[in-house]
Design a protein around this ligand. Structure first.
Ligand SMILES: O=C(O)CCC(=O)C(=O)O
Length: 247
């Protein structure tokens, strides 16, 4: 871990490490994600797992849940020492995988993910021992809806979040509580990883480009982390079939 990344993570609440994986490795994983979302199409929830074009005539996958539990290849990627070593350095503790989700953001109509703090959903403490590693399966930039952060927001409180009408899966803080002057964009190349603290405010815009923007978000905690809601009850590292991977 380069000290610049460590410093940036703890000052801004996020950092980008380029070149963690090779582009070809990302293509294999992306292909697998497409195969699985194709298989799951019949049970996909519109708006949540699937995005629609404005005229409603086209649809494409938006989100694949729990890839780690669905295929060995995802497990190999997530547990790769190149990734786990970086997380361990930032977290300062042995990382345990709590959950994962793959955000697809299809070309032209991939929907926005509004501003939020993961810890409003997770409620895991101490927050400094909870981190997301977002693996770029495509080049991500402002054009195709890369991640955006409010620098330093991990140092503030967890804000109240309210449901967006018609989108029960999107909870957002009141905009007047967000300091938009501190927004930065997290441009990253395929194979790079964006790390963020669980309290950092982040968002991603709609994908108006003709390119995919796929990111595999993996959520990690240390063994000290506790939670009053069900987040950790369904954590991968606690599941009978995966326990040995985190022993
Ligand atoms: O990939 C995105 O657009 C959203 C990702 C996100 O909210 C997260 O990883 O916590």
């Amino acid at each position: 871990m380069n000290p610049k990344h460590y410093q940036e993570y703890w000052t801004k609440g996020w950092t980008v490490v380029e070149g963690v994986f090779a582009a070809e490795e990302m293509d294999c994983v992306a292909e697998l994600a497409h195969q699985i979302t194709d298989r799951e199409r019949a049970s996909a929830r519109p708006g949540y797992n699937v995005d629609f074009s404005q005229d409603g005539t086209q649809q494409a996958p938006r989100k694949l849940e729990c890839p780690f539990a669905k295929h060995e290849r995802f497990r190999e990627l997530v547990l790769d020492p190149r990734l786990v070593g970086l997380i361990r350095s930032l977290l300062r503790h042995r990382p345990l995988l709590s959950g994962d989700q793959l955000f697809m953001k299809p070309p032209r109509f991939g929907s926005a993910k509004p501003y939020h703090q993961d810890n409003f959903y997770f409620q895991c403490f101490p927050a400094d021992e909870v981190i997301t590693a977002w693996i770029a399966l495509d080049d991500a930039d402002a054009g195709n809806g890369c991640l955006r952060y409010i620098d330093g927001s991990h140092l503030g409180p967890i804000l109240p979040h309210h449901e967006i009408p018609g989108e029960p899966y999107n909870l957002v803080p009141p905009p007047e509580l967000i300091d938009f002057s501190k927004e930065s964009i997290a441009v990253v190349k395929k194979g790079g990883v964006v790390f963020h603290h669980v309290n950092t405010l982040h968002t991603s815009h709609r994908n108006g480009s003709d390119r995919w923007r796929k990111g595999y978000a993996t959520h990690w905690v240390s063994a000290n982390v506790t939670c009053q809601i069900e987040t950790l009850n369904r954590a991968h590292f606690k599941k009978e079939e995966f326990k040995a991977l985190f022993a």
